[in-house]
Design a protein around this ligand. Structure first.
Ligand code: ATP
Length: 293
């Protein structure tokens, strides 16, 4: 079984506060995008094994895809194995949710192979113990997530904008960013108040906001440079996703996005990727939502 496992972006991410268990309560609008890892599952083997030819992705039981398979079999009370091969296209530790997406792909793939023993809600609750973003990837629709990311509400008011991703070339540890976060300095509350109250249509010109951006940008000023360059080359808005360091620019059409990418490559040689949001269904359920099985 071959599963295309999508990346996500956070269109806004507001941190509400720190909880007694160390996690942060947040509210975030997430959407899958057309950048995929490939997760291949081979059945009929005794143990769980993961192969991934990427220098920083573990191949042992700390790989989130391994954790997902282990939990699935344990909950199903089956002593079975699966061979998981991950081909990474999604940059690692870049705020694009690659590891969580791979874990969700394994849950969805195994659930299908074993004849749907678990409901989506059950898979999402298993997913939460692997990572806060895993329930979102299992949910398979643009969503506003709250709590630590586990409370999901579908959000249907997104325009399918074109996306130019810019990778600054370094990875960021999510845990370190949260450690450095000063809740007294966060700014998204004001910007998002009316949007969240009225659930109005998402507008890339005024609702893009990420409370983690200033933390990562204080260490890596290039983030600000990239945002300014995207805005100067026609982006409707630009933002860092998750804890960084990937920056995305939103464009109304692919010509504008492609022109910006050529101009930015000429002047800065940044690594980039042109793609779009996965917002609407096309009638083919799994493909609609990002996971193509
Ligand atoms: P998060 O915000 O959850 O840290 P991210 O999108 O910034 O997510 P990921 O690409 O998911 O980052 O990687 C985070 C860490 O998880 C990496 O340091 C990596 O070693 C580890 N990891 C474990 N399993 C995987 C996987 N299947 N793919 C990518 N990274 C994985």
């Amino acid at each position: 079984m071959k599963i295309f496992s999508p990346a996500k972006i956070n269109l806004f991410l507001q941190i509400l506060g720190k909880r007694s268990d160390g996690y942060h309560d947040l509210i975030t609008l997430m959407c899958c995008i057309g950048l995929y890892d490939t997760v291949s599952l081979t059945f009929g083997v005794k143990d769980i094994a993961v192969t991934c030819h990427h220098p920083v992705v573990p191949e042992d039981d700390t790989n989130l895809a391994f954790g997902a398979a282990h939990l699935f079999f344990k909950t199903l009370n089956k002593n079975e194995g699966v061979k998981i091969i991950i081909q990474k296209q999604i940059p690692v530790a870049a705020g694009l949710g690659g590891g969580s997406s791979n874990a969700a792909a394994v849950f969805l793939g195994l659930n299908r192979y074993y004849g749907y023993p678990f409901s989506t809600e059950e898979l999402m609750s298993m997913g939460l113990s692997i990572g806060a973003d895993v329930p979102f990837f299992i949910f398979q629709r643009p969503a506003i997530a709250s709590g630590i990311g586990e409370k999901l509400e579908a959000y249907q008011n997104l325009r399918n904008l074109k996306i130019l991703l810019v990778f600054p070339g370094f990875s960021v540890s999510t845990a370190d960013v949260y450690k450095k976060l000063n809740l007294g300095l966060t700014k998204c509350e004001k910007k998002l108040k009316s949007f969240l109250l009225n659930k109005q249509r998402f507008d890339p010109r005024c609702h893009l906001c990420n409370d983690l951006e200033a933390v990562t940008a204080s260490e890596y000023p290039v983030i600000k440079t990239i945002k300014e360059a995207l805005l100067n080359h026609g982006a409707l808005g630009a933002l860092m996703t998750g804890s960084g360091a990937t920056i995305f620019g939103l464009f109304s059409d692919s010509n504008a996005a492609s022109e910006a990418s050529h101009a930015l490559f000429r002047t800065h040689k940044w690594k980039m990727h042109l793609t779009d949001m996965i917002t609407q269904g096309t009638g083919y359920k799994i493909q609609d939502t990002g996971y193509k099985i």
